[in-house]
Design a protein around this ligand. Structure first.
Ligand SMILES: [Zn+2]
Length: 238
């Protein structure tokens, strides 16, 4: 767990602030503060934001605890300590290295075609690269590629325009459904209210090695692409 700026500076810096809204950018939760500053939070593998009622005992493995005027608290906890919380000044381009949001209106199929053009990298590696597109994790990349019928190792630049349009639609659909179902709990993710996600219950291909493909009946295989487990169907993903 890393907090920036550290220690006393951090505590002093956020004193008297009000959280005006909570947004998402890529894999980051962004707590917008009344001063225009932001608390940019990355949960990584096991991080949690937990809302605690007044008088509730501290949450285990809490590294940051914000206390509100009504004595309720927001805890940022992380057993494995990979999470990050950073205070960002107004106008600071903290997300300059992040690619566009797949759910934004300006991420059009034509723009996606332009982004993939000429790129020799495997399409799955491209999808996971947060500098190209923001917010797509391993589960969503596997699911979108299966939905679109595209082989994960296929060079991004070799996809046909119809295939890219199918992939674009699949990404938007998978991410929209995941947001609607409050994310995916494969290990231990829960949201700020302690509620598990629901998307893990509707997975088509992720984690289904050896089981029949829901589209063609062939066995789902697991291979490794860029050090990440990759589940796909050799028969209907071309
Ligand atoms: Zn299949």
């Amino acid at each position: 767990m890393a907090v920036a700026p550290q220690g006393v500076d951090f505590a002093r810096a956020v004193r008297g602030e009000r959280i005006t809204s909570v947004e998402r950018r890529g894999k980051y939760a962004v707590l917008c503060l009344s001063s225009g500053r932001r608390l940019v939070t990355s949960l990584r593998m096991t991080g949690r934001l937990v809302v605690l009622r007044p008088g509730e005992p501290p949450f285990p493995y809490t590294y940051v605890e914000l206390t509100f005027a009504d004595r309720s608290r927001l805890a940022f906890a992380d057993v494995r300590q990979f999470g990050r919380m950073r205070l960002v000044e107004p106008g600071e381009p903290w997300d300059a290295a992040l690619g566009p949001e797949p759910l934004d209106g300006d991420f059009t199929p034509d723009r996606f075609i332009g982004m993939l053009s000429g790129r020799p990298t495997p399409v799955k590696v491209f999808l996971l690269d947060q500098r190209r597109l923001a917010g797509i994790g391993n589960i969503y990349a596997c699911e979108a590629l299966w939905n679109a019928g595209i082989r994960p190792g296929k060079p991004a630049g070799s996809l046909s325009k119809p295939a890219i349009r199918r992939l674009h639609a699949a990404l938007v659909d998978v991410l929209n459904r995941a947001v609607e179902l409050r994310g995916s709990t494969v290990d231990d993710y829960v949201d700020a209210d302690g509620i598990k996600g629901g998307f893990q219950n509707v997975l088509s291909v992720y984690g289904r090695a050896g089981k029949p493909c829901l589209r063609c009946g062939a066995r789902i295989v697991r291979t490794v692409i860029a050090q990440r487990g990759t589940w796909w169907c050799r028969t209907c993903q071309k």
